[in-house]
Design a protein. Structure first.
Length: 114
């Protein structure tokens, strides 16, 4: 589970819905927050409803949200999501494509120096 860093009073968009739109957008090649927001704005009302949203979030909302999300929690949640979808085809384990593009969206902490 990814903890929602936003104040309860200001949450217009459910976190799960914004993350779902982001996952879909990045999987289709969205390289930026603006592209993610544009992807969401291009979705119809029925598609947004299936992703848990009444309306799409704008670029600044997506950017601010991912600036506050914990990269480790997001990485852990996406890793569990990916591992739950491991399949066996002809005796081989097939993993879904990497979740790394999503982690780049979350704010990274500077590397620790030893």
């Amino acid at each position: 589970m990814v903890p929602d860093p936003r104040d309860l009073r200001g949450g217009r968009y459910p976190l799960a819905g914004v993350l779902a739109v982001t996952v879909c957008a990045v999987r289709t090649g969205a390289p930026s927050f603006a592209a993610i927001a544009e992807f969401g704005l291009d979705l119809g009302a029925g598609q947004l409803a299936r992703l848990g949203l009444e309306r799409a979030a704008v670029e600044s909302t997506v950017r601010k949200l991912f600036g506050r999300l914990g990269a480790r929690a997001l990485d852990a949640a996406l890793t569990v999501f990916a591992w739950c979808r491991v399949r066996g085809i002809e005796g081989r384990r097939v993993l879904p494509s990497t979740t790394r593009p999503f982690v780049v969206l979350a704010r990274k902490r500077p590397p620790r120096r030893i």
